[in-house]
Ligand binder design. Sequence first.
Ligand SMILES: *Cc1c(COP(=O)(O)O)cnc(C)c1O
Length: 405
Amino acid sequence: MFNIDNIRKDFPILSRKVHGKPLVYLDNGATSQTPIQVIDAIVDYYSNYNANIHRGVHTLSQEATDKYEEARHKIQHHFNAKHAHEIIMTSGTTESINLVAHGFASLLKKDDEIIVSALEHHSNIVPWQMLCEKTGAILRVIPMNDSGELVMSAYDNLLSDKTKLVFVNHISNALGTINPIEKIIKKAHQVGAAVLIDGAQACPHVKPDVQALDADFYVASAHKMCGPTGVGMLYGKESWLNKLPPYQGGGEMIAEVTFEKTTYADLPHKFEAGTPNICGGIAFGAAIDYLNSIGFDNIASYEHELLEYASKKLLEIEGLKIYGPKLSHKTSVISFNLEGIHPYDVGTILDKLGIAVRTGHHCAQPIMAYFKIPGTIRASFAFYNTKEEVDILVEGVKKAKMMLS
Ligand SMILES: *Cc1c(COP(=O)(O)O)cnc(C)c1O
């Protein structure tokens, strides 16, 4: 049963005040809030079994290792990966992408082609540009249209036997667009290219099945899915992970070291040099448990209700423009502007009213350039938000408009 009052009680932060007003947290696209179940997992780790993993014979180390590997299995099952060793623990989406980009430097040659989409987060653009500089490969871009959706016919034209890699986000963080990743993956595979899906913005809303999608790589961050910051995952098909060289050298990732030659550990440890974010990984597992206890079907339908309600209410404000696709093609993100008013000014007034939204380019400057705007105001809703909070947002935007025009 989806009970919003009980759910809100799980999130201590939601009862705090900002500038004397109840917090209305609508910046979930940047990071989600943390339920007590996840906070408890963090406290439990540091209170009871803080130790380094994979190397100690003592009890604490074994307990920490078991819990950490249990978290890896939770992530495996959540994403329906075939093997636990196909889940690499990282510091987040950005590191996961950089790990793959680094690995492909040794597999690409001059004039090979890489395709990204116009809807990408900077963290899914810059590492590929760096890779192209290193290898002489060429970066191609799937364009978007006025409703913030990818132009699939243009994608067809970009694909060729030169295409080696395709990188797209599952859901756009700036506009909420749900991309047709099944089709994108299928078409890439027809020309023999590998596909990396950036799931950072999708995973708070949907439960991806990497085998059904046939994704070669899928990446996400815990902190957008009710987990802590500084931890995330990379799913890679075993065959691809075996082809890629290690990302960093150090402890944990070796089989044997001599000064003449080092051999690398098996997956997943080959990619996990050094002491990982042990507590973070365990808390990531707790966050996945929490989200599944609420249920992704419940999350999706409740958030969609909020999205419909908020879109309708906001559009009643004259001069307010929402960017992005129609409601059935996106998640609970509303990126908007008030005519003639800078988004930053609106965000500042909303903050004074206790309302947290993001303003700016949302790490997606190419999208803003397309619309010829400096940025937007982005309200991104989670399953713990309410219609009352939407009403507060709408009143806040009206007030900001009055003060600024
Ligand atoms: C947040 C986000 C990222 C970056 O995630 P980090 O946790 O900062 O590494 C990448 N892509 C998308 C679509 C995002 O929303």
